[in-house]
Design a binder for this molecule. Structure first.
Ligand code: FAD
Length: 460
């Protein structure tokens, strides 16, 4: 290893390699998902050529490599094991170019999402990929996990914003596929292999992202309703009457809303806690004169049709922040019930209430008195579940996994809507994918990384 370490050190400048006590907690923080080993070193290259040289050396030596971005992943995908070489893209953080005519941004993989947002904003555009970890998550990490987050109903997952990318294969081969066009059907679309494959097929070093026009208005409402058919009816009504402007459609089951009402004194739940479902919706528009009136007319229509029982409309940005905090800011309540197990699953929208009802009943049957809270991006078919059973043992975690993923399998859903598989869900990949699908994944892995050095033990 000493020879390899000195060869690796020769590929970068003095601050491009960390060993021993210089390896800070950033590189081993698992966010509670599994446990990290002691990496042999952390490589912090500043160019694609350096990434290529590092990978070639590691591949020749059969040394395993763990790619890292902002380390905000929630499934243990960036967690190193003993003796791994960590390859962090944190110093490849340049925004190379914004093309206002082609509406593209060219950037290195280590650019933090918020920095990319600011650059797009300065140029008069919006980069629609957005999530709570925007201050740390990097473009390379977002691409490698095909992150979802806010706005997916309108703009799609990260995949839909990636026009091109550059990746380095396990043996150091640089695959430059920096397409800038919306249309390019010249053969296989190779970039797709690196989007969502969690660093197991190659290292993403640069990317071309698609920018969008800025919406000029955002109208936000928080409503209460009493049956799930009405929730679906309300989604259809907004979708059909507002010209495709739906930006978010978030649903909270009453157990979650009651929890916020009782356990989160700093939040301001806007409605009496008397409904079975609550929906928070954003509608994006381009006409400051009439968008608000049109939105309120559709809400009135929903009320007249009996879809919604009660509701409030944000009158200011501060109102809007307060409404979104009810959906996103329940941390103080969660801390009080920790340890807890969190889930990120998807399923056909029509089956969501069935999922929630079965999940709560089946968990209660095994863990009487457990807390099970369900909420999520209903418009995207994606729900989150938070489960607290009073202790956080591996055995209880597995029992809750088996219950929830078992229901997901019955409903034809996915054990991972947006966070990926990492190490956390590896045992459950086959619950959402056929044997043939998993075998083709293994074929790809064997072809692109025959020695299995890239992110071992993740996904497959
Ligand atoms: C508060 C909070 C909110 C979040 N909200 C959402 C959400 O709404 N939606 C969502 O989808 N996720 C969410 N996440 C999860 C996380 O932010 C995303 O998975 C994000 O894409 C990870 O980016 P990162 O740069 O931190 O990657 P890391 O955590 O460093 O790595 C994630 C995975 O990608 C690999 N990887 C990283 N960089 C590269 C690269 N350049 N090339 C190849 N592989 C690489 C790693 O090996 C690992 O497998 C949230 C996390 C937090 C903490």
């Amino acid at each position: 290893m000493t020879d390899l370490l000195s060869d690796l050190a020769a590929t970068v400048d003095a601050s491009g390699i960390l060993t021993g006590d210089d390896i800070g907690p950033r590189y081993t923080d698992t966010r509670g998902h599994g446990s990290a080993g002691a990496p042999a070193c952390v490589m912090r290259p500043t160019s694609t050529a350096q990434v290529s040289a590092i990978l070639k050396l590691c591949n020749d030596a059969g040394r395993t490599v763990v790619p890292q971005g902002g380390m905000t992943g929630l499934v243990g995908g960036g967690t190193p094991g003993d003796g791994d070489v960590v390859l962090s893209l944190e110093r490849m953080n340049a925004i190379e170019e914004i093309d206002p005519t082609g509406r593209t941004m060219v950037a290195e993989a280590g650019v933090v999402l918020e920095t990319a947002h600011d650059a797009a904003d300065d140029a008069g555009f919006v980069l629609p990929i957005d999530l709570g970890a925007r201050g740390s998550a990097t473009l390379g990490g977002l691409i490698s996990t095909n992150a979802g987050g806010n706005n997916v109903i309108r703009y799609g997952m990260t995949r839909q914003s990636v026009l091109g990318l550059e990746a380095v294969l396990a043996d150091g081969t640089v695959l430059t596929s920096m397409n800038r066009m919306l249309k390019n059907n010249a053969g296989y679309d190779l970039k797709q292999m690196f989007i969502g494959s969690e660093g197991t097929l190659g290292l993403v070093t640069r990317c071309v992202l698609r920018l969008q026009s800025k919406p000029l208005t955002t109208s936000t409402a928080f409503v209460g309703m009493d049956d799930f058919q009405s929730v679906i009816g309300f989604l259809s009504l907004l979708d059909s009457k507002l010209g495709g402007g739906l930006g978010a459609f978030e649903v909270m089951w009453s157990e979650y809303y009651d929890f916020v009402d009782e356990r989160c004194p700093s939040l301001k739940p806007p409605l009496p806690a008397e409904h079975k479902y609550y929906v928070l919706t954003d509608v994006l528009g381009a006409d400051p004169e009439s968008d608000k009136e049109r939105f309120e007319t559709v809400l009135e229509m929903a009320h007249t049709q009996g879809l919604i029982q009660n509701g409030v409309v944000a009158q200011s940005d501060a109102d809007r922040d307060d409404l979104w905090a009810v959906r996103e800011g329940a941390g103080e309540g969660f801390r009080a019930i920790a340890p807890m197990f969190t889930y990120d699953v998807s399923m056909p929208i029509l089956t969501m209430d069935d999922f929630a009802t079965r999940a709560m009943a089946d968990i209660e049957a095994v863990f009487p008195g457990a807390t099970t809270l369900i909420l999520g991006h209903l418009g995207d078919g994606n729900l989150h579940a938070v489960v607290a059973v009073g202790e956080g043992s591996g055995e209880s975690h597995r029992k809750v996994n088996d219950i929830l993923y078992g229901i997901i399998r019955d409903l034809g859903g996915s054990v991972s809507a947006e966070h990926g598989i990492g190490t956390e869900k590896r045992d459950y990949l086959s619950w959402s994918r056929t044997d043939a699908e998993v075998e083709v994944m293994r074929m790809l892995k064997r072809t692109l990384d025959p020695k299995g050095i890239l992110n071992p033990g993740k996904v497959l």
